[in-house]
Write a protein that binds this ligand. Sequence first.
Ligand code: ZN
Length: 385
Amino acid sequence: MTQPLSATDYLARLVAFPTVSAVSNLAMADAIEAMVAPYGGRCRRFPNATGDKANLLVTFGPELPGGVLFSGHMDVVPCEGQDWTGDPWTLRHVDGRVIGRGATDMKGFLACCLAAMPAIAAAPLQRPVHFAFSYDEEVGCTGVGSMAEWIGASAMRPRLAVIGEPSNMELITAHKGGMIGWAHVKGVPGHSSQPDKYVNAVMIAAELVAEINRIRQDMKDGPRLDLFDPPYSTIQVNQIRGGLHGNIVAEDCAFFWEMRVVPGTDDREVFRRFSTYAAEVLEPAMKRISPEAGIRFDVMSRIPLLAPLGESGLEAELLGLLGQSAPRGVSYGTEAGIFAAAGIPSVVCGPGDIADAHQPDEGIAIAQLDACVAFLERLAGSCRG
Ligand SMILES: [Zn+2]
């Protein structure tokens, strides 16, 4: 057995790989495979279509159902245009903190998993402990799906997945689900003295935005969960562009919409409501002027919501391990929703502060890393006899 390394030792090694989402993560996956091998970690890879990126699933102990899974993403956001005071890919120690791209979001958690390996490997495991390390989280959680679905459908489905996004080691048991995308309105251009002969894409888009605003008002009276702020679902349009000139009937208009839904609201139903309004209320009149006119929707990304754990006893177990009294909810999506959708009870709990993520001089307190390693070791202890 090799000399055990601390979480900061592992973090320094992981930060040295500039795994921004645009590039391959395979060199880092190779390095992690080499780190887990001496501890008996068995690796499975889930590559992307082009083979230049992969999820990495590491399993310790017997291949049985009911173990625990620790998950984090291997990709990081870029540093270009940010005011770093040192090399982002070289970990630095400053006043009880370590600084480097990904220190918080979220190579710090991956390093904690690796630092917990000696305790995991030394235990006589009756149930497996898994590390599930993903790619392409920072571009809409688009990488992890293949691995989450595989293990959720396998004969070793875990009883719990912990996604270690930065939460200051507080337990997060719920997050909103999200769907984002563009709406493109195609009109018919012409002189603005004859508006009835043409199709004004800006005016049609405005009607569709007004329908989305009605949905937003209805959401305030819809399902609620007080863990969230605000406790209800939301939908809005934050970007719109269209038209060419003040006296030409606008040919094109596009806007970007986003929704965040709470349990009890199905994001696909919400999407259906405004896309049906477009197809049944707005488009028939457009197509009477020209069959080329119409409205197209491009869904860019969808992250399933994370609902609270319910009556399983898991929540009490985790709060006990963490010494906390109540869980939290957040209004942004994580990969936990994807593991939950794959049938694995999932929570978010990880070291560091989300406010430090994506920042120049991204850093994390070493005390947070130590607290996380202790938590993971205690949780992995539940997989013993
Ligand atoms: Zn993250």
